[in-house]
Design a binder for this molecule. Structure first.
Ligand SMILES: Cc1cc2nc3c(=O)[nH]c(=O)nc-3n(C[C@H](O)[C@H](O)[C@H](O)COP(=O)(O)OP(=O)(O)OC[C@H]3O[C@@H](n4cnc5c(N)ncnc54)[C@H](O)[C@@H]3O)c2cc1C
Length: 257
């Protein structure tokens, strides 16, 4: 039987210049307290784009009020037509609920590729600043860095076991700082800023990627500007906002009302 995405998914994909596919859930696996790995089959090569890109998953709502959530692609297998998402499930929300309830054989509309931030190939070092929601994007991007570049991570985490790691290509230098959030609020940048301050940045032209909580990413961007990084060498994207649900199309709310 040919499965086709819903009409509203096809329309949105056409508007965005992206593709819509019906994907099948192949597996769901808890990786840590906050993260689950969801493997999807279908349209993998098209949907997954470049390292740094994400997909929009139809996670809930009704035909009148559709809820989509954006998740970065962690890995792709073209042979199996599969791709992997690392989804945060430690909070309550439609996306987290979808991932917690997902089971092999489920079908879901997925739109992709989305996102404008990919690896700055000309940079000689790459600084990744974020939290557990950004690990999937960061590790896929870092795995595509070529030697002899250097990669640096500063990641704010609420749970020790969220400090997942990955293997990077031979010859790529790695520095990683996992900051324990402790009792600080998720939108308190103090921990991440102290992690950043502890890091000396390499010589040469680097690029910083800031993916994570709205207020924390703003503070991190300011701190990097103060350290002399040029605006064009910093790519920042708020993934979520403490205390506020993302909008139905998947973006964090940017206003304060
Ligand atoms: C381009 C892009 C790529 C993204 N990639 C990923 C990814 O690869 N993996 C991933 O997990 N997320 C990713 N996100 C973030 C994810 O889409 C949001 O966290 C989304 O809000 C989760 O939806 P939800 O329905 O579960 O929660 P929502 O309904 O949006 O929020 C419900 C409540 O949970 C809180 N909340 C939301 N996310 C978190 C969190 N991570 N930690 C703690 N509290 C939270 C909110 O503040 C709110 O109070 C990405 C977002 C964007 C824009």
């Amino acid at each position: 039987m040919v499965r086709s995405p819903r009409e509203h998914s096809l329309e949105l994909a056409a508007r965005l210049g992206a593709s819509a596919h019906v994907c099948e859930v192949m597996s769901v696996r808890a990786l840590s307290t906050s993260l689950s790995e969801v493997t999807l089959r279908g349209g993998a090569l098209t949907l997954s784009g470049q390292p740094g890109n994400d997909v929009m998953v139809l996670v809930g709502g009704s035909n009148e009020h559709v809820v989509r959530r954006r998740y970065s692609v962690r890995a792709v297998s073209s042979e199996r037509d599969e791709f992997v998402l690392w989804v945060t499930t430690g909070h309550d929300g439609d996306g987290a609920q979808w991932a917690r309830a997902a089971a092999p054989g489920d079908l879901v509309d997925v739109i992709g590729p989305r996102g404008k931030i990919t690896l700055a190939r000309e940079a000689s070092w790459h600084l990744f600043v974020g939290d557990v929601s950004s690990l999937g994007a960061f590790y896929r991007m870092a795995e595509s860095v070529e030697a002899p570049s250097q990669v640096l991570f500063v990641i704010d985490l609420a749970h020790d076991d969220d400090a997942l790691t990955t293997a990077l290509p031979e010859g790529v230098g790695v520095t990683g700082v996992f900051v324990d959030r402790g009792t600080r609020a998720a939108n308190d940048p103090a921990g991440l800023l102290s992690g950043l301050a502890a890091l000396s940045l390499p010589e040469g032209v680097g690029h910083a990627y800031l993916f994570g909580e709205f207020a924390v990413m703003r503070a991190a961007a300011r701190a990097l500007a103060e350290r002399g990084l040029r605006a064009e060498d910093v790519s920042s994207k708020a993934f979520w906002r403490a205390g506020r649900s993302n909008a139905a199309h998947g973006e964090p709310v940017k206003t304060d009302d």
